[in-house]
Write a protein that binds this ligand. Structure first.
Ligand SMILES: C[S@@+](CC[C@H](N)C(=O)[O-])C[C@H]1O[C@@H](n2cnc3c(N)ncnc32)[C@H](O)[C@@H]1O
Length: 221
């Protein structure tokens, strides 16, 4: 596990910084704002309106601090229940998670339950949100099937290019259900073209307030 430091982002919420990679877990313009906009709103809530599948099956690349999972669990209801499968190669130490202060942003007991949940098996966190944490490497692990929503939250392509390869996106595409949606904070032209060549229809959406100008949403035709 690389050394990690806690840093404050522009919306007041904390994130983790990886000195070895010179990379953050979230946008420095606002960790909480990023999670809410790119993942909860542009992927989960958008897909929930369009898909008839229940529960919605969601795949996250990189559990990290659990912030994306927490904002999604807070939004899950009986009308849009979620089975949330998250892949993480380097779980963050609980002592560090406790110092992030996310209890002020999301329900504290829910956040604790996400982190206390066992790895490698589904755990009902609320009546409408089931979490399945898998400690594995995206590059080699088998992917779950019939995925309706993908939160593609890997470190940046310049820092971890192997996570943004054609092979990875083909595997994810094949794991998704028809009309499934993937969002990512990365709006680079090369990544947009890669998603298109994989078979996705790709939209450029406005980024979070105060953050990136654009983000990407890819839909399986
Ligand atoms: C940008 S951070 C994700 C932040 C996270 N979604 C959150 O809400 O805190 C990228 C995450 O991908 C994880 N990761 C890096 N390489 C990986 C791999 N090969 N397979 C699975 N996870 C990986 C990192 O440990 C890190 O937690």
């Amino acid at each position: 596990m690389p050394h990690l430091e806690i840093q404050r982002t522009d919306d007041g919420s904390a994130t983790l910084f990886v000195p070895e990679l010179d990379e953050h877990y979230h946008s420095v313009k606002g960790a909480h704002t990023e999670s809410l906009h790119i993942y909860r709103d542009c992927a989960y809530l958008h897909a929930a309106e369009r898909s008839v599948h229940r529960p919605l099956r969601l795949l996250e690349v990189g559990f990290g601090t659990g912030l994306n999972a927490a904002v999604t669990a807070m939004a899950a209801t009986a009308e849009r229940p979620v089975h949330y499968i998250t892949l993480e190669k380097y779980p963050v130490e609980p002592r560090l998670v406790e110092r992030l202060g996310y209890e002020a942003l999301v329900d504290a007991s829910l956040f604790a339950a996400l982190h206390a949940a066992p790895w490698e098996q589904p755990a009902a966190i609320t009546p409408h949100f089931t979490l399945e944490k898998r400690c594995c490497d995206l590059l080699t692990a088998p992917l779950p099937h019939d995925i309706d929503i993908v939160y593609f939250d890997a470190f940046a392509p310049e820092k971890q290019p192997e996570m943004w390869s054609p092979e990875v996106f083909v595997r994810i595409f094949e794991a998704m259900s028809p009309r499934g949606v993937l969002t990512t904070y990365c709006a680079k032209g090369a990544i947009r073209r890669l998603l298109q060549s994989t078979g996705f229809a790709v939209e450029r959406l406005d980024g979070p307030v105060g953050g990136k100008r654009e983000i990407l949403r890819a839909t399986k035709a």
